[in-house]
Design a protein around this ligand. Structure first.
Ligand code: G3P
Length: 224
C-alpha cells in the first residue's frame, strides 16, 4: 500500500521523505493557497523531493481548458499527475490526457459509479473523499469498499487513492480493504507512528539498562 502526503507544505514533505516512507504527494487548490507560493515553483520543488507521483490540480472547468492545463502541468516535471475533478467536461479530458500518456488522478469522487466511469476513461487514480462523506453522516469507507470490489471484477489499471483521510482508522480500513494508496495529512502520518505501550516499553528498557554496571555494558566486557 502506498502512502501519499496530502499537503503542499515543503517542510512536511521533506520530513516524511527523509523517513523513507513517502510514495507520493497530493495537492489541491486549497492546500496550495495555504502556502502563499507560486504554484509552478511549489509543484517543481515537491517533485524534486519525492520520488513518486505528485498530483497537481487543474482549475479550468471546460474540456479544452482542462486538457491544455493538464499538458502544461505535466511539462513541469515527469512526476506530475494531473488532477481532474469528476465533472462531465472532465471525462473527455481524462480520456485525452491518458491517451497521451499523462497520468490522471480523478478527484472529488463521491460515488462508486463515478469511480467506474473514471476508470473506463483511463484514470491512473480515483480519489474517493472519505472524510467529507463522514462529515455528512455517510460512510466514506463503505464507498472505498465498493470501488475496490468493482475494480476487482474487471481489468482496470486504475488505483484507488483514498483521500480526505482524517485519522489513522481511515488508513487502517483502507489497507484492510486493499486500496492501493491512501493520502493523508502529515498529522495523520505522525499519529500512526505513536503507541503509548511503545513509549512505555522503551522507557522501561532504558531504565533497566541504566541499572547495569557500566563495565558490563560493552560487548568486550561480556562475562559468561
Ligand atoms: O485529497 C483530498 C483532500 O485534500 C481533501 O481533504 O480534509 O479537505 O476533506 P479534506
Amino acid at each position: 500500500m502506498k502512502f501519499f502526503l496530502d499537503t503542499a507544505n515543503l517542510d512536511e514533505i521533506r520530513e516524511a521523505a527523509s523517513w523513507g516512507i513517502l510514495d507520493g504527494v497530493t495537492t489541491n487548490p486549497s492546500l496550495v493557497q495555504k502556502e502563499g507560493k507560486t504554484f509552478q515553483w511549489l509543484i517543481e520543488e515537491i517533485c524534486r523531493m519525492v520520488n513518486g507521483p505528485v498530483s497537481a490540480e487543474v482549475v479550468s472547468t471546460d474540456t479544452a481548458g482542462m486538457i491544455q492545463e493538464g499538458q502544461d502541468l505535466a511539462h513541469i516535471h515527469p512526476h506530475v499527475t494531473v488532477k481532474i475533478p469528476f465533472i462531465k467536461a472532465g471525462i473527455p479530458a481524462v480520456r485525452r490526457l491518458s491517451e497521451k500518456g499523462i497520468p490522471v488522478n480523478v478527484t472529488l469522487i463521491f460515488s462508486p459509479l463515478q469511480a467506474l466511469m473514471a476508470a473506463k476513461v483511463g484514470a491512473s487514480f480515483v480519489s474517493p473523499f472519505v472524510g467529507r462523506l463522514d462529515d455528512i453522516a455517510h460512510d466514506g469507507m463503505a464507498l472505498v469498499g465498493q470501488i475496490v470490489e468493482i475494480f476487482g471484477n474487471y481489468d482496470f489499471n486504475t488505483e484507488v487513492l483514498v483521500a480526505s483521510c482524517r485519522n489513522p482508522l481511515h488508513i487502517l480500513e483502507a489497507a484492510r480493504m486493499g486500496a492501493g494508496v491512501a493520502t493523508m495529512p502529515f498529522k495523520v502520518l505522525e499519529q500512526m507512528i505513536h503507541h503509548p505501550l511503545t513509549d512505555l516499553g522503551l522507557k522501561k528498557f532504558l531504565e533497566d539498562w541504566e541499572k547495569i554496571p557500566k563495565e558490563l555494558r560493552t560487548a568486550s566486557a561480556v562475562k559468561v
